[in-house]
Write a protein that binds this ligand. Structure first.
Ligand code: PAF
Length: 285
């Protein structure tokens, strides 16, 4: 049965024991309320590691003042069961005081420049500083050989790659593919906030990403592709933060329609629920 650990001393002892045996350790950072997408990340970690650790921590520093920190679903028992079934050995579930021992106001913060300033970063000030700060702490606490993040949070993955490269964290990063429901909606803990009517409309996000890819491939100008996507989503009742075609490094691509690697990304609100999704396309990525 999975080991559920809340204190740093026990975590360190478990990981040190594994390392003494020469075992490789994989970490999957999460905020809990786990679904099949998270379980697939655990399975991916276990392809490269002998022991799997998943952290379950709803990180207050990555939520803005008007965001859903208080109502973010917390389901630790179900999380532990799902992790166990997916082959995870240890669930690291620290308290806020354990994660931020000097208090949040006194916490050392990590800030990644550049890639954090566009798209999600522009709409959610401070969000990626909170992510970079907690991921740095998790990597220092667990000291994994491998850490796995999902491609659904495309920009987050870019931020973490920058962080790990720049601070030379001794860890190999792996990216897990987006897991989708049969109708195309990317799995997310936030999907459960959707009313039945909103849930029926939500797959339009993925369908619109596919249309953006096809329109780009057909030679339509980027600004036109983006404007049409926003129009289609708004007509269905979404409030759109952005629908964008970018290079894989999140720069603005030339309208050259070469087969270069691209990504279409979007963030939109349905009622009170904010959803994000993305689609990578083009060759060479
Ligand atoms: O992707 C998430 O669930 C969170 O942003 C992460 C990486 C666990 C940091 O809190």
């Amino acid at each position: 049965m999975i080991d559920i650990v809340h204190d740093l001393q026990t975590l360190r002892a478990r990981v040190a024991g594994w390392k003494r045996e020469g075992l490789r350790v994989g970490l999957v950072p999460t905020m809990g309320n786990l679904h099949a997408g998270h379980h697939s990340l655990v399975r991916l970690a276990r392809t490269q590691a002998d022991r799997g650790v998943a952290s379950v921590f709803v990180n207050p520093t990555q939520f803005g003042p008007n965001e859903d920190f208080a109502r973010y679903p917390r389901t630790p028992e179900a999380d532990a069961q799902g992790l166990d079934a997916a082959g995870c050995d240890l669930m690291w579930a620290p308290s806020v005081d354990t994660m931020y021992p000097l208090g949040i106001a006194a916490a050392v913060k990590i800030s990644v420049p550049g890639v954090t300033e566009v798209l999600e970063g522009a709409r959610r000030p401070g969000h990626f500083d909170g992510v970079a700060t907690v991921v740095s702490r998790l990597l220092l606490q667990v000291q994994p050989d491998v850490a796995v993040f999902g491609r659904k949070d495309y920009q987050q993955l870019a931020v973490i790659r920058h962080l790990v490269t720049d601070l030379a964290f001794p860890v190999t990063l792996l990216a897990g593919d987006i897991v989708r429901a049969d109708d195309g909606l990317a799995l997310s803990s936030r999907n459960q906030y959707l009313s039945p009517a909103e849930r029926r409309v939500a797959p339009l996000l993925h369908a619109t990403l596919q249309r953006m890819r096809d329109a780009w491939d057909a030679g339509q100008a980027r600004t036109g592709v983006e404007a049409e996507a926003i129009q289609a989503l708004e007509a269905a009742g979404f409030v759109v933060d952005y629908a964008a075609i970018r290079t894989r490094a999140l720069g603005i691509p030339d309208d050259d329609h070469g087969r270069g690697p691209r990504v279409a990304l979007m963030a939109a609100r349905l009622g009170t629920t904010r959803l994000i999704d993305n689609l990578e396309f083009g060759s060479g990525g």
